[in-house]
Design a protein around this ligand. Structure first.
Ligand code: PLP
Length: 451
């Protein structure tokens, strides 16, 4: 292919990147990734980069599994497309829906497919409103979510999300969506114990429901562990109280499992790990390990009964796309045949947690937030007080991310938190490489700050 500089120039001239400043691309050029195997990416200059983010939290199985390509090619030749609208269906969509019903908690037995997490959350928004309207309560239409939660980038899912910098562009949130505080003890817990703080943040849901009127609230949506918000692991008191409140006021609970699902927390779903019983789960990313764009909503018997009894005027051309569904099925087959969950629990998780504990002593690292194979290291100028840098907004996190990149490691930053979410198949030896490169990047960041 073309030399890197020419590719970067074409990229800057014609390719609009998500969540990226065009000026950055013109000044530095984007890193061009050309291939990948296991946990390593290769760029156009031949650098081997350890991907501690699994792409965007999605390549759970690791890169370069030939079976996935073979299944995709076979399905493309056999039936590249047919829709699932009206009364048609096809084998990959049937088989995947049945498999997901087997893996999901007992009462979640019905799947509505989409191509992404954003689309699936748009489905959820319309579905919960339709559910209550069909039950004779059209006014029960408001949805509550959380500040700093991420549920996607479309108008509906971006409004469900609580990222204010996103809301500032394009007229979000749309009406009828409300945000309560997040259970982020590290940043916002002050002198409270994590348990007290978790309870207080859960009680905000009850306050918001009472403020709006329970007869107006359709659903609450949250990630079991907030991912893009900075890997915010809720205190143990949080989810039991949230569930008690949802039950008390007849509010549907949507667990957004787009990151937490498919092994990321050490079980099939974050809801298993955190003991949550949702009415709907949003899935995407790890469903196909990112090899094909597919997402969906896994819905309880009770919700499905109401929705199936009406004509739900909603769906996407690619709902249940046969090639994507076949690839997702193959991903689930490999995960089960190779018992990836046992690898996570007995090998990868202990090794990752040990590596993170080793990094805890670094002068910049203010703590370790971790659940299964997703983690964040908040950077701080003062460990004891969990102080933030004066340059709030992630300047220090950005510097550290750049040092990681130079050091052939992908660690993303969310504000001043460094994020880790590697492929689930990562080995202890690869995690040693991660730890070494992460420490070097932290050292370089520390040195920059002192100069
Ligand atoms: N929900 C969560 C929890 C996510 O992390 C994301 C993406 O990062 C989404 C939804 C949106 O998914 P997609 O980017 O596939 O639309």
């Amino acid at each position: 292919h073309l030399p890197t500089a020419e590719l970067q120039a074409l990229d800057a001239a014609h390719h609009m990147h998500p969540f990226t400043t065009g000026n950055d691309l013109n000044a530095k050029g984007a890193r061009v990734i050309t291939r990948a195997k296991g946990v390593y990416l290769t760029d156009s200059d031949g650098n081997e980069i350890l991907d501690a983010m699994a792409g965007l939290w999605c390549v759970n199985l690791g890169y370069g599994r030939p079976e996935m390509g073979q299944v995709a090619a076979r399905q493309m030749n056999e039936l590249p497309f047919y829709n699932t609208f009206f009364q048609t269906t096809h084998v990959p969509a049937i088989a995947l829906a049945a498999e997901l019903a087997k893996l999901a908690p007992g009462h979640l037995n019905h799947v509505f497919f989409a191509s992404s997490g954003s689309e699936a959350n748009d489905t959820n928004l319309r579905m919960v409103r339709t559910y209550w309207a069909e039950k004779g309560h059209p006014e029960k239409s408001h949805v509550i979510s959380r500040k700093n939660g991420y549920h996607g980038s479309s108008m509906g899912s971006g409004s469900l999300g609580g990222m204010t910098y996103m809301h500032a562009q394009g007229g979000m949130p749309i009406p009828g969506i409300h945000h309560i505080g997040q259970p982020d003890w590290w940043s916002e817990g002050g002198d409270h114990t994590p348990e007290d703080f978790g309870l207080a943040r859960a009680k905000e849901l009850e306050e918001k429901i009472l403020e709006l009127g329970a007869e107006k609230v359709a659903a609450f949506i949250a990630e079991p562990v907030q991912g893009a918000g900075g890997v915010i692991v809720p205190p143990s008191t949080y989810w039991p109280e949230i569930q008690r409140i949802c039950k008390k006021y007849d509010v549907l609970l949507i667990a957004d499992e787009v990151i937490c699902g498919f092994g990321r927390t050490g079980n099939w779903f974050g809801s298993n790990t955190l003991d949550i019983t949702p009415d709907i789960m949003t899935i995407a990313k790890g469903l196909s390990s990112g090899y094909a764009p597919i997402g969906g909503s896994i819905v309880s018997d009770e919700v499905a009964e109401v929705i199936n009894a009406c004509e739900f005027n909603h769906g996407y051309t690619y709902s249940g796309h046969p090639v994507c569904a076949a690839v997702a099925l193959e991903n689930l087959r490999i995960m089960q045949e190779e018992d990836i969950l046992t690898h996570v629990r007995t090998v990868a998780m202990p090794a990752l947690h040990a590596a993170l504990e080793n990094l805890r002593d670094h002068p910049l690292v203010g703590g370790v937030n971790v659940c299964g194979m997703m983690a964040s290291l908040p950077l701080t100028p003062h460990k004891e007080s969990r102080a933030k840098f004066a340059s709030e907004g992630g300047a220090v996190g950005y510097i550290c991310r750049e040092h990681c990149f130079k050091n052939n490691l992908v660690m993303r930053h969310v504000g001043d938190r460094m994020i880790i979410s590697p492929p689930l198949v990562i080995t202890p030896e690869e995690l040693e490489v991660f730890e070494k490169r992460a420490r070097q990047a932290l050292d370089a960041t520390y040195k920059d700050l002192k100069e």
